[in-house]
Design a protein around this ligand. Structure first.
Ligand code: NAG
Ligand code: NAG
Length: 468
């Protein structure tokens, strides 16, 4: 399907991110090798390898990204954590203190952010307010220039765009609240066992294009695991078209990434005197060691790199949108906003300079009608997964689950938006393509999470180095 996909697949096989060839001959020696056997080493005839990604991420991107995410624009995320679960109703709310989310007092959040919940510059806000008022009055404001009218209409209409991969949170609802992400970090909460498994099982079993008859390996709720099941699963996966396979790998990568965070910020000590969070090697091994997970763990880590490259590509593609002179990271603090935009562009240009990008243009290529159907399927499946996040019993996990799926959904929207392909040549910015503040905040925070995972893998690699 498509020459470009051929190239992409060739590249991914070359860097060892697809396919399941090596790493399975004999059990590797050290604990580190048992987790990382599929994501290390120099990679065939490609000038690139996982180490290149690691170096690029850990030293060039990660520190700047962290700084950006600490700014007011990115730390306040508006989210509705009270939406009912649309699929089942026996959600046991996790009562643990570590599951709680503390929303912001309304005076904590800068006014600029509150007034601009889905717009992004002062001028644009004023214009839109004028225009909305005109619309309410049933009048079109003739005094606006034609160009402005057009832009305003595009901005306001775009929120129901069919490009969206996520169910948009109703952030106008009184239940939606601002959360300070820095004060509510993603870390181990103790939310695990059947409730947590159920969420991921429903995601994999009902939403990953998977027939009921084929079991995912190491499904913790199923009994009678075995090698043959695993083989059936992987031969089924290999038989899928690239898009459906990619879908599974993205979800698996997200799952892996979240588990890396929880292992890296595990509640190690919990006394009335102090709480200490840090790396728990045992927890990490239970999830990623090739022997303990029957080969599954290293694959999960490989999928994490796949997810990383997909989001990286989306960010490099959307650069012209952020380069528009009228685009601001608007909080109302002029100096700070300008500084942040500079940092944002610096990060984006760094990302653009990364040599390992792939070309997604032939995703959903081929026969137009089939391709559209496939794309629609892909989108509906993903939207469904974003809705399942409302079923997570632990509010802290729900917050980060929603943020990360919305971020990935935004990345997919960017990758597959035809508006962006057709109307955003390198030469100039386009006003057809639109991202809401909500989408921007989730896009960068979600990427920040995967970037953190890649960085944490280095830490775990070192910690496991001398263990056998
Ligand atoms: C690390 O995680 C394991 C479970 O994987 C747990 O049994 C152990 O108590 C944890 N270690 C610490 C120090 O909390
Ligand atoms: C959406 O998710 C629910 C619950 O897992 C499932 O029953 C339904 O089949 C899914 N629909 C699609 C289109 O994936």
């Amino acid at each position: 399907m498509g020459r470009r996909w051929g190239l992409l697949i060739g590249f991914l096989v070359a860097v060892g991110l697809l396919g399941s060839g090596h790493g399975e001959q004999q059990p590797p020696e050290t604990a580190a090798q048992r987790c990382f056997c599929q994501v290390s080493g120099y990679l065939d005839d490609c000038t690139c390898d996982v180490e290149t990604i690691d170096k690029f991420n850990n030293y060039r991107l990660f520190p700047r990204l962290q700084k950006l995410l600490e700014s007011d624009y990115f730390r306040y995320y508006k989210v509705n954590l009270k939406r009912p679960c649309p699929f089942w109703n026996d959600i046991s709310q996790c009562g643990r203190r570590d599951c709680a989310v503390k929303p912001c007092h309304s005076d904590e959040v800068p006014d600029g952010i509150k007034s601009a919940s889905y717009k992004y510059s002062e001028e644009a806000n004023n214009l839109i307010e004028e225009c909305e008022q005109a619309e309410r009055l049933g009048a079109v404001d003739e005094s606006l220039s034609e160009e402005t009218q057009k832009a305003v209409l595009q901005w306001t209409k775009h929120d129901d765009s069919s490009d969206n991969f996520c169910e948009a949170d109703d952030i106008q609802s009184p239940d939606a609240e601002y959360v300070d992400l820095l004060l509510n970090p993603e870390r181990y909460t103790g939310y695990k066992g059947p409730d947590a498994w159920k969420i991921w099982n429903v995601i994999y079993e009902e939403n990953c294009f998977k027939p009921q008859t084929i079991k995912r390996p190491l499904n913790p709720l199923a009994s009678g695991q075995g090698k043959s099941e695993e083989n059936t699963f992987y031969s089924w996966l290999e038989g899928l078209c690239v898009e459906k396979r990619a879908f599974y790998r993205l979800i698996s990568g997200l799952h892996a990434s979240i588990n890396v965070h929880l292992s890296a910020r595990y509640l190690l000590q919990d006394t009335w005197l102090e709480k200490k969070w840090g790396h728990n090697i045992t927890e990490f091994q239970q999830r990623f060691d090739g022997v303990l997970t029957e080969g599954e763990g290293p694959r999960r880590l490989k999928n994490l790199y796949f997810l990383y490259l997909i989001e990286l590509r989306a960010l490099s593609k959307v650069v012209p949108f952020f380069e528009r002179p009228d685009f601001q990271l608007f909080t109302g603090n002029k100096d700070q906003d300008a500084e942040n935009k500079m940092l944002l562009l610096e990060i984006l240009h760094e990302i653009k300079s990364f040599p390992l990008h792939f070309d997604e243009n032939s995703f959903f290529a081929g026969n137009k009608k089939e391709a559209n159907k496939l794309k629609e399927d892909f989108r509906l499946h993903f939207r469904n997964i974003s809705r399942i996040m409302d079923c997570v019993g632990c509010l802290k996990c729900r917050l980060w689950g929603k943020l990360q799926t919305q971020g990935l959904g935004t990345a997919l929207k960017i990758l597959f938006s035809e508006k962006l392909i057709a109307n955003m040549p390198e030469s100039g910015p386009s006003y057809e393509f639109h991202l809401t503040r909500q989408e921007i905040v989730s896009l960068f925070n979600a990427f920040g999470r995967i970037s953190t995972s890649v960085k944490e893998l280095e830490n775990f690699r070192n910690l496991l180095q001398n263990i056998h």
